[in-house]
Design a protein around this ligand. Structure first.
Ligand SMILES: Cc1cc2nc3c(=O)[nH]c(=O)nc-3n(C[C@H](O)[C@H](O)[C@H](O)COP(=O)(O)OP(=O)(O)OC[C@H]3O[C@@H](n4cnc5c(N)ncnc54)[C@H](O)[C@@H]3O)c2cc1C
Ligand code: FES
Length: 275
């Protein structure tokens, strides 16, 4: 019997669509046949908008809770087509792929989650997992920065997170609107306000690369070892399973060895915009 073609996606139906911001939507997907494949927080799937193309998108939810959740920002042809999908329509899905957030390594210590912009999507998945197993961690802190108050994602959920006594939430924006009463400034600057022990924290960072570079530098200055800082890297992808070489740099495949890398392994790749 022939092995299934790894490039052929499974069919999923759009169950729900939530508008998160003017250019960003969360899709809730259900499998037309079989179950949602098991995945871990931090992994990604390839989503195929029929007739247009296929892109990598992180999961923003949990595996064992309801539909498969992906939060997509419309930046080009495929992501725009995904954001235009309506309930009942069909999308192609293959995966999961890549490395997860190192939540098991954080158990017994502190967890610091740092998100910039759309980076909150994969960070949300890690936070939901950690909150579902709250007793396994010491301090948990979420630092989240967006361009403006209008760009903040998961707004109602952030308010619920803020009300939890067992979770520190710090939100900041680059540019405030007149009604904004919160913090203004870049998210790496908020690392000094986070409650964590540098030698027993695992820091997970996702956002624009410049924000991740500054966050990593601030964490190193705060005494966090490079091997305890994890970044999720974005690079163009085609196959997603280390065959086409599209995301390859030397012996490293971002699709297979990442997207989540320890900083001590990835610092050099961060300076290279496209592979
Ligand atoms: C592992 C991984 C996980 C990802 N997770 C998510 C996710 O959860 N949600 C999500 O929306 N996207 C995510 N992305 C990024 C997403 O794959 C790209 O935005 C997508 O490939 C763009 O394809 P397109 O056809 O829509 O646009 P293209 O036609 O490829 O690009 C259109 C324009 O947008 C620019 N562009 C491309 N990518 C980005 C980007 N990431 N940010 C800003 N501008 C960009 C291009 O330079 C170009 O100018 C992830 C990427 C990787 C590698
Ligand atoms: S996307 Fe093909 S090798 Fe990574």
């Amino acid at each position: 019997m022939r092995a299934p073609d790894p490039f052929v996606p499974s069919l999923f139906r759009v169950d729900r669509v939530w508008r998160e911001a003017s250019d960003t939507a969360t899709l809730g997907l259900v499998a037309l046949q079989g179950e949602i494949p098991a995945f871990l927080s931090g992994q990604f799937f390839m989503l195929y908008a029929f007739g247009i193309g296929e892109i990598p998108v992180s999961v923003s939810g949990l595996w064992d809770r309801g539909p498969l959740l992906h939060t997509v920002r419309a930046v080009g042809a495929v992501s725009q087509a995904l954001c235009r999908l309506r309930p009942g329509e069909t999308v192609g899905v293959r995966g999961p792929y890549g490395s997860p957030w190192p939540l098991p390594e954080a158990e017994g210590g502190d967890l610091l989650l740092i998100a910039g912009g759309l980076g909150l999507a994969p960070i949300r998945s890690a936070l939901l997992q950690a909150l579902a197993e709250r007793g396994r961690y010491g301090q948990i802190a979420l630092l989240y920065g967006a361009r403006s108050p209008e760009d903040l994602l998961f707004g109602e959920e952030i308010e619920r997170w803020r009300s939890r006594p067992d979770l520190q939430v710090e939100v900041t924006v680059d540019h405030a609107s007149p009604a904004w009463r919160g913090s203004v400034g870049v998210v790496p600057a908020r690392i000094a306000d986070a409650r964590f022990s540098p030698e027993r924290v695992i820091a997970c960072v996702c956002g624009p690369e410049v924000m991740m570079r500054y966050s990593a530098s601030a964490l190193l200055r705060a005494g966090v070892p490079a091997a305890r800082i994890f970044l999720s890297l974005e690079r163009n992808m085609k196959c997603a399973f280390a065959v086409c070489g599209r995301c390859q740099f030397g012996p490293t495949f971002v699709c297979r060895d990442g997207p989540v890398f320890p900083y001590d392994r990835i610092a050099r790749l961060l300076s290279i915009r496209e592979l």
